[in-house]
Design a binder for this molecule. Structure first.
Ligand code: PEP
Length: 249
């Protein structure tokens, strides 16, 4: 059985105090049998790792460099994330792919680096609305998944979770239906099974992301291949995020 996993992607939001208060609210809402993760802005990681120290809450960076150290202005390495107490890196988010032009190959290097330096990875994949309309959803998601996990061995795979996030559903209020999301999730599990074997595929968590709210979380997460949720907007408000955690239990 896969433990459900609900994570909040705070993006470029909140100030230090608000980040701490939100982290404390999440820390105090321990629900047994659900893994919870938070991805604050890099400058709030220290505050949030302190606020959640010793609790069930995993904290991660919203990005991570593919490089070790050196002259890479503006970048944050996997080692720096670890040093500050983060244990996860969110890699390949659609905003990184589409706003900042990150390629599959660049994303794959970041995944390898994060795993090599001992972090867990949440790898995001998902199609745009044009790709869906053209019937390319499966091909696009498969290519992003296979490329993102290239060169990863089965042992490291245990530290990877996948977030299927249709780009057209992110921050739009439009959610994939449980049938639409479930179809992609089971397809992706089949892809993982082909690449890594059935046992590894069965153990991996595939989260859904895209306008998850308390009103749709339970029906999405009731789908057998949907193992949790990556939540953007609603993760900024405890009155919305905490019920989503509850819905996963
Ligand atoms: C996200 O950014 O990962 C996300 C799913 O955002 P939202 O929940 O706001 O659609």
């Amino acid at each position: 059985m896969r433990t459900p996993y609900v994570a909040g992607n705070w993006k470029m939001n909140l100030d230090r105090r608000a980040a701490r208060d939100l982290a404390v609210a999440v820390r105090e809402h321990a629900v047994s049998g659900v893994d919870v993760g938070l991805f604050p802005a890099m400058v709030h990681l220290d505050e949030v790792t302190r606020a959640t120290a010793g609790s069930h809450v995993k904290v991660g960076g919203q990005n991570c460099s593919d490089e070790q150290e050196g002259a890479f202005t503006g970048e944050v390495s996997a080692r720096m994330l670890k040093d500050i107490g983060a244990t996860v890196a969110l890699i390949g988010h659609s905003e990184r792919r589409h706003v900042y032009g990150e390629s599959d190959e660049f994303i794959a290097r970041k995944v390898r680096k994060a795993l090599e330096d001992g972090l867990e990875v949440m790898l995001c994949v998902g199609e745009t609305i044009e790709e869906r309309r053209d019937g390319r959803t499966e091909a696009v998601c498969k290519a992003q998944l296979i490329s993102g996990l290239e060169g990863i061995d089965a042992a490291a795979l245990a530290r990877v979770s996948v977030a299927y996030e249709p780009v057209w559903a992110i921050g739009t209020g439009e959610t994939a239906s449980p049938e639409q999301a479930g179809a992609v999730h089971s397809y992706l599990r089949g892809v993982l099974s082909g690449a890594f074997g059935e046992d590894h595929a069965a153990a991996m968590r595939i989260l859904y992301g895209g306008s998850v709210k308390p009103t749709n979380a339970a029906e999405l997460m009731a789908v057998p291949d949907i193992d949790g949720a990556l939540v953007g907007g609603a993760s900024l408000r405890p009155e919305l995020f905490l019920p989503i955690i509850d819905a996963a239990s």
